[in-house]
Design a protein around this ligand. Sequence first.
Ligand code: NDP
Length: 244
Amino acid sequence: MTLEGTVALVTGASSGIGEATARALAAQGATVALAARRKDRLDALAAELGGFAVEADVTDREQAINAVESTVSALGRLDIVINNAGVMLLGPIVDAPVEEWDRMIALNLNGLLYVAHAALPHLLKYAQEGPRNVADLVNVSSVAGRRVGQGGGIYQLTKHGVGVFSEALRQEVTARHVRSSLVEPGATESELVTHVREAVRSNLTPSTIEILKAEDIADAIVYIVTRPRHMAVNEILIRPTEQE
Ligand code: NDP
């Protein structure tokens, strides 16, 4: 159990990749704090994992700050943050409902930035005072943070932004033993696609390939945060084998 004595905050822990990651971190001995809006789901998972649930809409800066500060108050420290909450609202740019762009920018960029900003003072502190003497901020991007194509331009824009942020921050804090890492999943089973509006979703080509399980991405995240202090995994891109 390599994360014994650490505290990890996972955003978007009420489903999909975030939920699987919370389970995987807890299995390694971390005490987990779970943040999202659906508190009933967080409470059930927290009861199962012996963790701490905090209701937070991280697009609201005060709630993002509260997710971080209440974690530190309740659990005493903060070693690992998984900046995972995100939304993908696909569709063409022309005639798009601009409200969908606002939602993606609010969560995938602003929410991620608010959580990082609130967490960094703690990560910098506990990187010096920890069971591992290193801290981790893992930012969940996407294959869409590496590729540009039609039908998802603004989602791709936000995920490219996550990559820029993660690398700029990495350069700034790595010498102080805070590792800023980027995870770029390909198609993964979760609720993500259920939020795509019906007019767009009904036109998506049904996937015939074997896609990733949320646990596959959780495995990669566990790999990142369990490396020894001298080793930083800056970036991992994971696709289903059959995804081109
Ligand atoms: P899910 O839709 O299953 O999970 C999204 C999570 O984000 C939920 O827990 C949701 O909880 C939370 N969330 C949504 N809005 C907010 C908010 N305003 N404040 C706090 N939490 C919020 O999808 P995934 O697990 O797939 O997505 C996780 C990440 O993985 C995202 O960043 C996504 O872009 C990325 N990703 C996913 C891929 C895939 O194929 N599934 C591929 C590439 C990247 P709640 O509604 O309770 O708030």
